[in-house]
Design a binder for this molecule. Structure first.
Ligand code: PBG
Length: 337
C-alpha cells in the first residue's frame, strides 16, 4: 500500500503548480538566466581572401578567411557576444614534426588576432594554445620515436606559441593541450615579457572525448591523427575526482579561468568544480554536441531553437559562467527576438 502524507481525498497543502500556472510567476521564480554575455563564439580561420568553406559534419559552421572573420567579429560585437575563440586551419605544407609554425609571429592565428583587434578592439579574443593544427601527426605535442607525446619539450613550444599570441594582441590564451605544468610555464613567461594583463583560460578538465570528431574534420587534423588517440594526456571520461586535482593545479599555477570540456555529458564536473573552487568556470559545448543537435533539427526530430536554448540553460544551471558554443550567434539572435 502506498502511504500518502495527506489522507486520501484531502487537499495538498503545497501545490507546486500554483507558481507554474502563469508566465509572470514562472518568471519571478526563474533561477537561471541566459544572456549573450554568457557566450564565447569558437570560429575556424582559413588562409586566403574572400574564402568561406562549409564544414560538412557541422552544417551552418564555416571556415572563414581573415577578411570574413573580421566581418564575423563585427557581427559578434553587434550581437553582444563578449568574446571569440580562434582555431586556425593550417595548410599541410606548414605542418611539421616540431610544430614551429605555431609560434610564427606572422602565422595565421597571429594575423587573425591583429586584424580583429584592429577592427573591433573591444571584442575579447581567445587563442588556442596547442600544437595539433601544426603537427604532421595531429597530436597536441611533440612526439618521441615511439609516438609518445613528450611533456616538457612540448611545454617549451606552447610557451613560445602563447607569447606570440599575446604579442599579436590576444586578450586570453587558452591552453587546450593537457600537458603538465604548462599553465605555470606560460604564466611565468607572460609576466617576464610584460604581458601582465593577458588572461589564461586553462582547459583543465579536458576529456579524451569522441565528441571532438567534427572539430578534427574542421581543422583538418583528423586525417593526420588517423587511428591515433589522445589517451596519454586527455582525461579518462570515467574520472571525476581527477578533474578536481587538475583544476587545483591549474589555479595554483596561475589560471584566471578554468574550462570543462565537453559540455552536456560532463555537467556533473561543471557543478563540482564550481562548488569546490568558485572561480570563473567555462564549459565547451563541443563540435559533436553541435552536430547532434543540428542533425536532429535538420531531420525535423527536434525543435532547434528550443533544444539549443535548453542545452545552454542546463550548462548555466550546472554552474558555468560562460559557454563556448558554435551556436553562439544563433543563441544571441534568438535571445534578441
Ligand atoms: C585540440 C582541440 C580540440 C578541440 C579544441 N581544441 C580537439 C582535440 O582535442 O582533439 C575540440 C573542440 C570541439 O570538438 O569542438 N587542441
Amino acid at each position: 500500500m502506498i502511504q500518502f502524507d495527506t489522507p486520501r481525498g484531502a487537499y495538498p497543502v503545497t501545490r507546486m503548480r500554483r507558481m507554474r500556472r502563469d508566465d509572470f510567476s514562472r518568471r519571478l521564480m526563474r533561477e537561471t538566466v541566459l544572456t549573450p554575455d554568457d557566450l564565447i563564439w569558437p570560429i575556424f580561420v582559413l588562409e586566403g581572401k574572400g574564402q568561406r568553406e562549409a564544414v560538412p559534419s557541422m552544417p551552418g559552421v564555416e571556415r572563414l578567411s581573415i577578411d570574413l572573420l573580421v566581418e564575423a567579429a563585427r557581427e559578434a560585437q553587434r550581437l553582444g557576444i563578449p568574446a571569440m575563440a580562434l582555431f586556425p586551419v593550417i595548410p599541410m605544407e606548414a605542418k611539421s614534426l616540431d610544430a614551429r609554425e605555431a609560434y610564427n609571429p606572422d602565422g595565421l592565428a597571429q594575423r587573425a588576432v591583429r586584424a580583429i583587434k584592429n577592427a573591433v578592439p573591444e571584442l575579447g579574443i581567445i587563442t588556442d594554445v596547442a600544437l595539433d593544427p601544426f603537427t604532421t601527426h595531429g597530436q597536441d605535442g611533440l612526439i618521441d620515436d615511439a609516438g609518445y607525446v613528450l611533456n616538457d619539450e612540448t611545454v617549451d613550444v606552447l610557451v613560445r606559441q602563447a607569447i606570440s599570441h599575446a604579442e599579436a594582441g590576444a586578450d586570453i590564451v587558452a591552453p587546450s593541450d593537457m600537458m603538465d605544468g604548462r599553465i605555470g610555464a606560460i604564466r611565468a613567461a607572460l609576466e617576464a615579457a610584460g604581458h601582465i594583463h593577458t588572461r589564461i583560460l586553462a582547459y583543465s578538465a579536458k576529456y579524451a572525448s569522441s565528441y571532438y570528431g567534427p572539430f578534427r574534420d574542421a581543422v583538418g587534423s583528423a586525417a593526420n591523427l588517423g587511428s591515433g588517440n589522445k589517451y596519454t594526456y586527455q582525461m579518462d571520461p570515467a574520472n571525476a575526482e581527477e578533474s578536481i586535482h587538475e583544476v587545483a593545479l591549474d589555479l595554483a599555477e596561475g589560471a584566471d579561468m578554468v574550462m570543462i570540456k565537453p559540455g552536456m555529458p560532463y555537467l556533473d564536473i561543471v557543478r563540482r568544480v564550481k562548488d569546490q573552487f568558485g572561480v570563473p568556470t567555462c564549459v565547451y559545448h563541443v563540435s559533436g554536441e553541435y552536430a547532434m543537435l543540428k542533425a536532429a533539427s535538420q531531420n525535423g526530430w527536434l525543435n532547434e531553437k528550443a533544444v539549443v536554448l535548453e542545452a545552454m540553460i542546463s550548462m548555466k544551471r550546472a554552474g558555468a559562467d560562460a559557454i563556448l558554443t558554435y551556436y553562439a550567434p544563433y543563441v544571441a539572435r534568438w535571445l534578441a527576438e
